[in-house]
Design a binder for this molecule. Structure first.
Ligand SMILES: [Zn+2]
Ligand SMILES: [Zn+2]
Length: 397
């Protein structure tokens, strides 16, 4: 590994920052203490900032030399509404909130890069440090775009990085093209006519209709879409009824659809609606079909992915960069940035969890698990990646 020495020497300080953020997790658009902490550090290091994009977002600006080149580096800051099981000293002090996705670490890695870049200035151009709120479902990236981030800071390209449990520490993973799926949700209400469970002939049973819909929709995945196009349709909730001997009036079906392309998503949404309508009609029930598109698929741009691979190889060696990492059906709102700007999103290995301090929750160190903790050994690796990305994209002449 070719880590940047001053960042390695700064690891203790960065670990302190990371653990402080971990102990004080905040949810989407409520990252007040977090964004204050980020703003305070950037200001302390003499980096100009602009606050308020995406409500709690912070953008730091480091300019050097005379080149008109510019680059955006993004970290997300929000935590999850879940209870931390870990009891080590830096475990969450906020009941029911937890940094279980490592955004505390992402923020600290970008701060580490900011500190180095502002001190050493070994580049020619402008770096925008994008500290983004509300990645976990709130679409903070979309809000920052709506608030004019790219008008105010016209960057040539933007890059993102997420820790990935299971990938060994000291390794990176990336893939050109689709790397994370679109995330969409459906809420369907079937209205029948309730009555006595012993006299079903006098009712229109919404339970039977809901069950048939849930099953028929799976045939869109297995029989209608091209099998080479990846998609998931998961019915995650069916709510209905209140008594053993009562056929209810209605049933609610809720779930999620994940795809890598809009064409597949269009097909699934259209066919789900048609199937719902026609199954309801076949049984004399009514249906209300609601489908919402949350995050688009995350598509890595070819040129920027090739460049990111070059940079990762420079930091950890080519053998430690998996350039065909398996895409995931999880979603990520960095996808919104990549719809507007060329760029690339990479995974940085978080290891298997043996880094965790005593008092961890004994569960797996997986994202969104109550026993998860970000691996502080990544701080100099991720920080070095960010700095080398800037230095190699905008070299001093
Ligand atoms: Zn997450
Ligand atoms: Zn995350």
């Amino acid at each position: 590994m070719k880590l940047i020495e001053p960042i390695v020497n700064f690891q203790t300080e960065l670990t302190g920052i990371r653990r402080d953020l971990h102990a004080h997790p905040e949810l989407a658009y409520e990252e007040l203490r977090t964004s204050d902490a980020v703003a305070a550090k950037l200001t302390e290091w003499g980096i100009p900032i602009v606050r308020g994009l995406g409500k709690t977002g912070v953008v730091g600006i480091i300019k050097n030399g005379s080149s008109s080149k510019s680059i955006g580096l993004r970290a997300d800051m929000d935590a999850l509404p879940m209870q931390e099981i870990n009891t080590f000293p830096h475990a969450s002090k906020n009941q029911g909130k937890m940094h279980a996705c490592g955004h505390d670490g992402h923020t600290a890695m970008l701060l580490g890069a900011a500190h180095h870049l502002s001190k050493h200035r070994n580049f020619d151009g402008t770096v925008y440090l994008v500290f983004q709120p509300a990645e976990e479902g709130g679409g903070g990236a979309r809000t920052m775009i709506a608030d004019g981030i790219f008008d105010q800071f016209p960057m040539d390209a933007i890059y993102g990085m997420h820790n990935w449990p299971g990938i060994p520490v000291g390794q990176f993973g990336v893939v050109e093209g689709p790397m994370m799926a679109s995330s969409n949700e459906f809420r369907v209400k079937v209205t029948g006519r309730g009555g006595h469970a012993a006299l079903p002939h006098r009712t229109v049973d919404p339970v039977m209709v809901a069950v048939q819909m849930a099953q028929a929709w799976q045939t869109i995945i297995t029989r209608e879409k091209n099998p080479l196009q990846t998609a998931v349709l998961s019915v995650t909730q069916i709510h209905t009824g209140s008594a053993v001997n009562v056929i209810p009036d209605d049933a609610q079906i809720v779930g999620t659809v994940r795809t890598f392309t809009d064409a597949t998503l269009d097909l699934i949404e259209t066919r789900m609606a048609e199937i719902a309508k026609n199954i309801a009609a076949a049984f004399g029930a009514e249906v209300e079909f609601k489908f919402r598109r949350n995050y688009p698929p995350l598509i890595n741009h070819a040129k920027e992915t090739a460049f990111a691979i070059e940079v990762m190889s420079d930091v950890v060696g080519r053998d430690n960069v998996d350039t065909r990492t398996e895409p995931t059906m999880g979603a990520e709102d960095f996808a919104f940035f990549l719809q507007k700007k060329p760029g690339c999103y990479v995974f940085i290995g978080n290891g298997e969890g043996d880094h965790r301090a005593g008092g961890h929750g004994l569960g797996p160190c997986h994202l969104h698990n109550g026993s998860y903790d970000f691996n502080d050994n990544l701080l100099p690796i991720g920080g070095s990646f960010w700095v080398r990305l800037v230095e190699m994209a905008m070299p001093l002449r």
